[in-house]
Design a protein around this ligand. Sequence first.
Ligand SMILES: C[S@@+](CC[C@H](N)C(=O)[O-])C[C@H]1O[C@@H](n2cnc3c(N)ncnc32)[C@H](O)[C@@H]1O
Length: 350
Amino acid sequence: MHFGKFTTRPSIELEKLRRSDRESEMLMGIDHRAVGEKEGSRQSPRQRAARREPKRGTVTGMQDAEPLRQQVISANVDFYKEIARKYDGYEACASDEYLQEMLESDLNRMQSLLAKERIHGLDCGGGSGNLTLKMLKRGWNVTVVDVSADMLEISRAKVSASGYFAEFVNDSVEHYLSSSPGVFDVITFSSVLHHLYSPLDVVNEVAARVAPGGIFYSNFDPVLPSSRSLIACFCDLDTILAKILRDRKDLLPGMLRRLRKLTLAQDAAHRRPVASPGDLAEYHAREGLDDVSIAQALEQQGFLVQRERYPVARTKLMLWANKHLHAHLSFKILAQRKTLLSRETPDSEP
Ligand SMILES: C[S@@+](CC[C@H](N)C(=O)[O-])C[C@H]1O[C@@H](n2cnc3c(N)ncnc32)[C@H](O)[C@@H]1O
């Protein structure tokens, strides 16, 4: 099955990237080999990520990881307690007109792929309602799970003011998945995977909860950067500009937090200085996520995957710069679970 293109603007950007960047040539499911897997002494972004990856898959590894996972979850609760009220005006994915159009266009695609009347969606980390409301407006049944009571309160108010109904669950997605049954037609993560301690583990769990023919969707997560120092400079400058434009009160405190971090020792378990909840809440914001592995994990679970990368920034000026620099790329994945074909069922075997 062919999904066709996502939205137009990022695809055009992707075309440019493809031509200029060998890494991008392997995208879009044409070649899912790891970025930078070619022979050589320099480590690729994926190799660096694999070295940082907590040991998993063994009982010991999972036990070691649990307290760290809980710290990241708690940091998200604290982080959004501080910023919930300004979130909608600050975060590009919730306010930028073009990114809003991208979400609408992706929801159109999901709706046409599902081709059914009553769609039940699970919006993981639904936050203040960015994607939730768009789903509700289409007549979908929506369950929202979010660890932040403060973000859910904002979403709840918007949903009831618009005359809709959604089921709200104040829980971590990790706990919700392990403690509730059921499958969904669509499971979404909008700017959420990079907040999770083990995104790949969550993707694997979620995949089993997508109904046959249903959709996994994730957007607004950073890819593994080709240069960590370039992306650090880029993000710092972008954040300073965003604060000047939209959150001037936090400009000085934000700069002081950054300075303090320079003097702080690394937290050994999390391998970074931790000056405020934000340093753990956006757990993979700086080092990025391995979109290739996520796509492969979905494919292994029987999904047809479309993956796309595009340049992002919080401010228009930095977005313009990024389109030339390709410093900071986000990715999105829309994957449809293959429906069992009759020839695949044991009954119909010759
Ligand atoms: C960047 S916001 C995205 C909100 C919304 N999806 C949007 O598109 O604007 C990240 C959201 O994920 C939530 N979150 C972070 N970690 C979570 C977890 N482990 N389980 C559930 N929600 C989580 C946060 O509370 C926050 O509301």
